[in-house]
Write a protein that binds this ligand. Structure first.
Ligand code: MIC
Ligand code: SF4
Length: 640
């Protein structure tokens, strides 16, 4: 077996490991972050389970740390108290970014993890099978329920040779994105193997698995080897290590080969992570902002490389350089070694160790600016400035641009500085707060920003609805429900946040949806790529969206639509996309009956043209039941 199959086989509770079949997996660990966590815990609370049933659950605060009003602080207090009450570890704001911290403190090779954040596969760098999921799926896993996915194809990514100086792990994943696109990984696990694996550290592996999410992959995974052992030992967790490698005769569905030695520094152009070119092709483009950090590139090695390159130099006067290290441990080590002083002396601005600019929490670029970021997403407007041009690159490329004021191939900087990394790291477990000893006595603290979830009605037999909007391919959840400093604080308040649905695409959407009372959304391929935020399903549902009709869906968003009772339909014939325009009325009759058919066909009638449009649903029996009930929470209540 390959590594993925080994972990799946040891956690399989339903289904068989046949590609395309629904499988249920036992989940060992869960993580949440604050922007999705409040909703996830409200849902967990509604399930009436007295204590989490996982081996370990952790609640991190890393997204909403600006606290421009009471809302974020209220959410943090709520999260801390509810964690204490239900047996969950709590990591307060200031500890760092959830994925970086989970690698450092909790991830274990061979175990399963789901997290209410799409970059949870970062833990795949440790040999952990980890998935991003909607908050409700994480709540179910905390209640001891299996996590359901379609058995993916397993792709072997064979890495040969080793990276050359100034070329980094980020370039490996950018190369994969260049080759495969943001849709190329759907329904697949990318499992890394070959002699190049041993040349990559755990944080480098994690950069790659982190951004496997941008391929649309189900997850990405590295084996657990002696490099993994040394990483865990340095974190004083040697006992968590176990060896986990593929059998010599392991079979894979597909294979991709990457020669690490042949890679060059790469960069993704606006506005998609797969719009990748060689840095050398863009050399000379003036740069106004450089942002270094995020769950993709904020490890100690990344930060030290930046510090050593900046040492004794000044950044270009036209550039604003902001740096957010990944964790408190990283900041502490940088402080002790003097690297932090070198960064600051060069002109860099230091930010809190949190998601920060990656999710538009501050540091919006100036109008039309070119911003180079070591992050994983560059969707339009995500930075907070709609006409900014955000490029994605490695810390090497980012720091070169900060010094030169223009896109620069870092190989032009001369000899790459040597890094010395400590073999043993300072570990402070005291800042991860364990659950209360006496769970029952804990009071959950709720502020006025935390609104209960509304009840949703069961699925109707006939949908009469207006086409509220028609959109193209690769619509991300940042388009559906933006984040950023103004909207993120409303994550626990559905009525308020739903007003911002599609706000960066079409300001009138929420008003139009409310007027129509019953609506559908029409779009192209890979609808809902990106974030796991279930608000991108919840808010449309709240505004009366009954169905989403597209050419194809992204995995996590499809699961979220089902969880909140929105009918996910695809065009039988993709060119029929042209048959539907904004403002037209459509009718989808006999839905409950049609859902029973194995064929998955369902016609819709366009009242404006009188034409029938052939639509399809591709749903498992479990998903059909959830949809009929009007969503997963209704279904759980009905069955308990
Ligand atoms: C993101 O990178 O888009 C986020 C913010 O981390 C999201 C989660 C969220 O929307 O809260 C993600 O990737 O799932
Ligand atoms: Fe945070 Fe950005 Fe990573 Fe999302 S992608 S978890 S916002 S650092």
């Amino acid at each position: 077996m390959n590594v993925s199959q080994k972990i799946i086989a040891s956690h399989l509770v339903s289904g068989t490991m046949k590609t395309g079949e629904e499988i249920g997996l036992r989940i060992d660990q869960t993580l949440t972050q604050d922007a999705t966590g409040t909703m996830a815990y409200l849902q967990f609370e509604a399930m009436g389970v007295p204590r989490v049933r996982t081996q370990l659950s952790v609640s991190y605060v890393d997204h909403n740390t600006l606290q421009t009003g009471f809302e974020n602080a209220d959410d943090h207090r709520f999260l801390q108290s509810i964690a204490a009450k239900y047996g969950i570890y709590f990591s307060p704001a200031g500890n760092g970014i959830c994925h970086q911290l989970h690698l450092e403190r909790f991830g274990i090779p061979g175990r399963t993890l789901i997290g209410s954040d799409s970059h949870t596969p970062t833990a795949g760098g440790l040999g952990m099978l980890s998935f991003g999921a909607g908050g409700l799926d994480v709540a179910c896993a905390m209640a001891g329920e299996p996590f359901y996915i379609t058995m993916p194809k397993i792709v072997r990514v064979t890495l040969k040779n080793r990276l050359r100086p100034w070329v980094s792990a980020k370039d490996v994943i950018l190369e994969l994105l260049r080759r495969l696109s943001v849709k190329g990984g759907r329904g697949k696990i990318f499992e890394f193997s070959g002699p190049g694996v041993a040349t990559l550290s755990v944080p480098e592996r994690a950069t790659i698995t982190n951004m496997g999410t941008e391929l649309g992959a189900t997850t990405s995974l590295f084996p657990s080897d002696s490099v993994t052992r040394d990483f865990l030992a340095a974190q004083k967790r040697a006992k968590d290590w176990k060896k986990l490698t593929a059998d010599d005769d392991a079979l894979y569905d597909e294979e991709i080969i990457i020669d690490l030695a042949a890679l060059e520094p790469m960069i993704a152009l606006p506005h998609s992570p797969d719009n990748v070119k060689k840095v050398s092709e863009l050399a000379g483009t003036p740069v106004q902002q450089v942002a270094i950090g995020s769950c993709t590139n904020s490890s100690l090695a990344d930060m030290k490389l930046v510090a050593k390159t900046l040492k004794g130099k000044k950044i270009h006067p036209n550039v604003s350089l902001v740096i957010s290290p990944g964790s408190r441990q990283v900041v502490q080590l940088l402080a002790e070694s003097g690297d932090l002083a070198d960064m600051v002396a060069s002109g860099a601005r230091l930010l809190e160790c949190a998601c920060g600019p990656c999710i538009g929490m501050g540091q919006a670029p100036s109008s039309g600016a070119v911003s180079l970021r070591t992050f994983n997403r560059n969707f339009e407007a995500r930075s907070g400035t709609k006409d900014a041009k955000v490029f994605l690159c490695s810390p090497e490329v980012a720091v070169a641009a900060a010094l030169k004021g223009e896109i620069t191939d870092p190989r032009k900087l001369g000899k790459k500085p040597a890094l010395s990394l400590p073999r043993s790291l300072p570990v402070d477990k005291k800042l991860f707060y364990p659950p209360a000893r006496r769970l029952k006595s804990v009071e959950v603290l709720r502020g006025p920003n935390i609104k209960p979830l509304p009840e949703f009605a069961p699925l109707e037999n006939t949908i009469n609805a207006k086409v509220l909007i028609r959109l193209g391919d690769n619509i991300s959840t940042d388009h559906i429900l933006p984040a950023g400093a103004k909207i993120l604080p409303l994550r626990s308040n559905l009525p308020a946040i739903s007003e911002h649905t599609f706000a960066t695409v079409d300001k009138e959407f929420a008003t139009r949806a409310k007027e129509a009372k019953s609506g559908v959304v029409v779009a192209g391929e890979n609808y809902g790529q990106g974030s796991s935020r279930e608000h991108a399903a919840l808010a449309p549902r709240y505004l009366g969206v009954k169905a989403v009709i597209v050419k194809s869906f992204a995995r996590i968003h499809l699961a979220n639509l089902i969880n909140f009772g929105i009918l996910p339909l695809t065009f039988e014939n993709p060119t029929d996309f042209e048959q539907l325009s904004q403002g037209q009325e459509i009718t989808i009759p006999d839905i409950l009956e049609k859902l029973q058919d194995a064929g998955g066909r369902i016609p819709a009638k366009n009242a404006a043209t009188g034409k029938l449009i052939a639509l399809r649903f591709d749903l498992t029996p479990r998903q059909k039941q959830i949809l009929r009930a009007g969503g997963l929470l209704n279904w759980i209540k009905k069955n308990s």
